[in-house]
Design a protein around this ligand. Structure first.
Ligand code: ATP
Ligand code: MG
Length: 397
C-alpha cells in the first residue's frame, strides 16, 4: 500500500530557455536564478527552503500564494504554480486532485486533466490524466470532459521527487536571470520608451544601471521627478537588489549651446552625442559593457537613420536599442504591462528643442560645433559632480 502523506503546499517554478544550455552553463544560470529568487523572497520577509530537481525549482515557505506572486516577477522564470505535493503515487495524486477540483470546479463545466509521469514504467502520462479525470468526473456530478477547450484545467504530475497537483499557472516574464549577462548603462529619461528599454535588457539577464541627464531649467518642471519615478518602478523588477541611477547636471551644456550660438538645428544631435559620451565614460567607471537607449527609427528628428549614425559615432562603447523597430503603440502596451506607464504626464517638455531640428546632420558639422563648445571640459566638469539615487524594491533610499 502506498505510504500516506499529509498534503503540503509547494511553489513550483518553471524556467524556459535555460534548459537549452549545455550542462555547465545551465547549472551556472540556475545558481544565479536561485540566488535572485532567494534575494527577492528575503527582501519581502520570507525565509524559504529550496529544492532544484531536474528542470524545476521548488520553494517551501509560509504563504505560498504570496511567494508565487513574488517569484512571478523574477526574470528567467516562465511560470509559477502553487501545488499540492503528495507522495509519488497515482492514488495519492488522484485523491489530492479530487480535493482541489472539489474546491474550484463547479458543475456544469467542461474540464480537462493534464497528466505527466516521469517514470517509464506503470501508467504513462495520458493514462494518469485519464485515471485522475475519471475520479473527478465521478466525484462531481454534471461535468463534461473537454480536452480541447476546457473551462477548468487541472495538472497532475508524478515525478521522482513526488506527486504534484495544481490548477493554475501564474505567468512570469521569462528571459534570463538578472545579472547573468553582464552590465549595461541605460540612459533613462522621463519618457515612455527608455523605461521599457531598461526592462527589456533586464529581461535578457543584464544587470542595469541608470543614467539620467538633468537639464535643470532647460527641462520641464516634472522631468527629474518623473525619471526618478521610472527608476523607482523599475526597481520592482529586480526585487531585493539595489538599482542605481546616476544623475548628471547638463544645464551648463545647454547654457553653453545658447551662449556660443551653435546652430540651433543641431542641438538635438549634439545633446544625444553628449549623453552618449557621458555614458561611454561612465561605462568604464561602472564596469558596464554597453549603453542602452530607448531610441527608435524615425520617432523624432534626432532618430532618423542618418542622425542615429552620427549620434552613435560619439562613443566606441556598443549602443543597444531594444525598441529600435517598435511602434509607439507597442511600446505603450508593454509599458502598461510592466507598470511604467503613467497616465498623468506633467511638464516633460525640453526647452532646448529648436523649431526645425536637423534630420540629417553631418558628423563634420556636429564636430565643428563640439569644438566650439569644448565638450571634453564640459564633460569633465559634469562627471566630477554626479549624484547617485538608489532604488530598492520600489523605494528610493
Ligand atoms: P519618449 O519616451 O516620449 O520618446 P524619450 O525620453 O525617449 O521620450 P527621446 O528624445 O526619444 O525622448 O530620447 C531618446 C533616448 O535618449 C531615450 O529613450 C533615452 O534613452 C535617452 N534620453 C533622452 N533624454 C534623456 C535624459 N534626460 N536622460 C537620460 N537619457 C535620455
Ligand atoms: Mg523616445
Amino acid at each position: 500500500m502506498a505510504e500516506r502523506q499529509e498534503p503540503e503546499k509547494v511553489v513550483m517554478v518553471r524556467y524556459g530557455e535555460l534548459f537549452l544550455k549545455s550542462d555547465p552553463v545551465k547549472y551556472h544560470f540556475i545558481g544565479i536564478l536561485l540566488r535572485n529568487i532567494r534575494q527577492a523572497l528575503e527582501a519581502a520577509g520570507h525565509s524559504c527552503r529550496f529544492e532544484s530537481p531536474r528542470g524545476r525549482i521548488f520553494v517551501y515557505g509560509e504563504n505560498p500564494e504570496e511567494i508565487a506572486g513574488i517569484i512571478s516577477r523574477v526574470f528567467g522564470v516562465v511560470d509559477v504554480s502553487v501545488c499540492t505535493r503528495v507522495a509519488a503515487d497515482p492514488d495519492a495524486v488522484r485523491d489530492a486532485a479530487v480535493t482541489l477540483a472539489g474546491a474550484h470546479l463547479h458543475a456544469p463545466s467542461r474540464f480537462a486533466v493534464r497528466g505527466k509521469r516521469q517514470s517509464k514504467t506503470g501508467m504513462n502520462s495520458q493514462q494518469l490524466g485519464e485515471y485522475v479525470g475519471s475520479a473527478i468526473y465521478d466525484a462531481i456530478p454534471g461535468l463534461t470532459v473537454d480536452l480541447r477547450h476546457p473551462e477548468y484545467e487541472l495538472f497532475v504530475e508524478v515525478r521522482d521527487c513526488g506527486g504534484l497537483v495544481y490548477d493554475s499557472r501564474i505567468p512570469a516574464p521569462g528571459g534570463l536571470p538578472w545579472g547573468s549577462q553582464g552590465k549595461v548603462l541605460c540612459l533613462l529619461s522621463s519618457g515612455i520608451d527608455s523605461p521599457v528599454a531598461s526592462w527589456l535588457a533586464m529581461k535578457r539577464g543584464c544587470e542595469v544601471s541608470h543614467l539620467h541627464m538633468d537639464g535643470g531649467r532647460w527641462a520641464g518642471g516634472d522631468v527629474r521627478t518623473t525619471a526618478i519615478e521610472n527608476h523607482r518602478r523599475l526597481s520592482l523588477w529586480c526585487p531585493g537588489a539595489d538599482l542605481q541611477m546616476i544623475v548628471a547636471d547638463t544645464e551648463p551644456f545647454y547654457d553653453r549651446m545658447q551662449e556660443l550660438r551653435v546652430p540651433a538645428r543641431l542641438r538635438c544631435v549634439l545633446c544625444k552625442r553628449f549623453m552618449l559620451r557621458a555614458a561611454g565614460r561612465l561605462c568604464v567607471h561602472e564596469d558596464a559593457q554597453a549603453i542602452l537607449t530607448g531610441e527608435n527609427i524615425g520617432q523624432v528628428a534626432s532618430q532618423t537613420l542618418a542622425n542615429l549614425a552620427v549620434i552613435a559615432d560619439a562613443t566606441t562603447v556598443p549602443v543597444l536599442r531594444p525598441l529600435i523597430t517598435y511602434d509607439k503603440a507597442e511600446t505603450i502596451t508593454l509599458a502598461r504591462k510592466i507598470g511604467t506607464f503613467m497616465d498623468k504626464q506633467g511638464d516633460l517638455a525640453c526647452r532646448a528643442v529648436p523649431r526645425m531640428p536637423a534630420t540629417a546632420a553631418t558628423t563634420r558639422a556636429v564636430q565643428e560645433s563640439e569644438a566650439i563648445l569644448g565638450i571634453d571640459e564640459l564633460l569633465d566638469a559634469m562627471l566630477a559632480r554626479v549624484q547617485y539615487v538608489i532604488a530598492h524594491n520600489g523605494k528610493i533610499l
